[in-house]
Design a protein around this ligand. Structure first.
Ligand code: CP3
Length: 343
């Protein structure tokens, strides 16, 4: 069995499997070359040959233990018919969903057709991994968790404090729950289709879970993740799921009740403390600071060592605590792999 899959089965594989969030991206010259040839980011995500090519680029360079489908968490709301634009230097811009009409306008019936190119990408990547000799590299499919996707839909993009979405959860709980229900059901279908196309592991990115109060975290992070995991388990019993409730490490004990096989840990959490909150068969993933990778050298080694030392002997996946940043020197990634692979 592939090293990543063994780890997610509860085995303390050592040295640990390693991959990096946003491992395909602007820090790689070969990514920038492909990106320069397309009209916008959504076009890249929905052109299977190009999306598969950029998914494989970091595997060819570094031989990571996992490839992650090249797409974005905002492709699902786009496929539901909500608008999406990536403005240069601004990040994502979406229409603001603030009322009943906004929820009613979402159209789950059109999702399968609009995400068909993503499924073709999954098939191409699985075939490419085999034909290029990466027999031990597992393919991760993913989606944004419903709350994090709702954050971008309600705010209309990123935000400093996500006050609008949190305000809606408190002041219009029935409306917000309807939005969450639509997103939860669509996420199940979207992830299930990725497995049917060849994804071997699934990851649920809840990047803004940490902005919620504990009670809202239970309602809007733990409950939907529990529904998603249960539905996927039933349809695809052998496919492990990693949850990433970012900025909510203190809530890991409750998050573990969702049934996930692995929990992602962000940069600001002490990974040993989070690991102590979850049952020993659940893998922990993380959590080097992406800026330590930019710095490289002794600073990077001094941050990496304690993570490895704390995680030896338990199922663990080495990763960053958040996505790799564009200014990362590619040779620092190679140096990091050497550190991790030395155990
Ligand atoms: O990890 C991977 O390599 C797979 C691809 C992937 C992307 N985004 C590609 C991307 C994944 C898994 C994501 C997840 C994602 N997208 C999250 C969750 C993780 C996190 O970062 O918290 C979120 C919140 C988004 C939404 C998003 N997409 C934002 C806020 C931005 C703009 C910021 C930025 O870095 O540019 C994006 C754009 C985006 N998604 C890029 C990439 C490679 C950069 C776009 C480009 O190349 O022009």
């Amino acid at each position: 069995m592939k090293r990543l899959l063994r780890t997610l089965n509860g085995e303390a594989v050592w040295p640990p499997p390693v991959w990096l969030m946003r491992q395909a991206g602007r820090y790689l010259p070969e990514y920038r070359a492909v990106r320069a040839g397309v009209k916008d980011f959504v076009a890249l995500c929905t052109t299977p040959e190009l999306a598969a090519e950029v998914t494989l680029q970091p595997i060819r360079r570094y031989g990571f233990d996992a490839a992650i489908l090249f797409s974005d968490i905002l492709i699902l709301p786009w496929a539901l018919g909500h608008g999406l634009e990536f403005k240069e230097g601004e990040g994502p811009v979406l229409p603001r969903l603030r009322d009943e009409a906004g929820v009613a306008a979402l159209d789950p019936a059109r999702v399968a057709e609009r995400v068909a190119p993503v499924m073709e990408t999954v098939r191409l990547v699985r075939a490419g991994l085999l034909s290029e000799g990466f027999a031990d590299t597992a393919l991760i499919g993913f989606a944004g968790a419903p709350f994090t996707v709702a954050c971008y839909m309600v705010e209309g993009g990123g935000s400093k404090d996500f006050a609008a979405v949190r305000g809606m959860a408190y002041a219009q709980p029935a409306l917000f729950q309807r939005l969450m229900d639509v997103l939860t059901e669509a996420t199940i279908e979207y992830l299930s289709a990725q497995v049917a196309a060849g994804a071997e592991v699934l990851m649920l990115f809840d990047s803004w879970a940490g902005v919620l109060s504990p009670s809202l975290f239970r309602t809007h992070c733990v409950a939907p993740a529990t529904r998603i995991v249960a539905a996927l388990r039933q349809r695809h019993p052998g496919v492990p799921i990693i949850g990433f409730p970012r900025l909510a490490g203190m809530m890991a004990r409750e998050y573990a009740t969702t049934g996930v096989n692995g929990i992602g840990v962000d940069t600001g959490s002490d990974i040993a403390s989070v690991a102590a909150l979850v049952p020993p068969h659940i893998a922990v993933q993380g959590n080097l600071d992406p800026l330590a990778l930019v710095a490289g050298g002794a600073a990077m080694a001094n941050e990496t060592r304690p993570i490895l030392d704390a995680m030896r002997g338990r199922p663990f996946i080495f990763n960053l605590g958040h996505g790799i940043v564009p200014q990362t020197p590619p040779d620092h990634v190679a140096a990091l792999l050497e550190l991790v692979r030395a155990g």
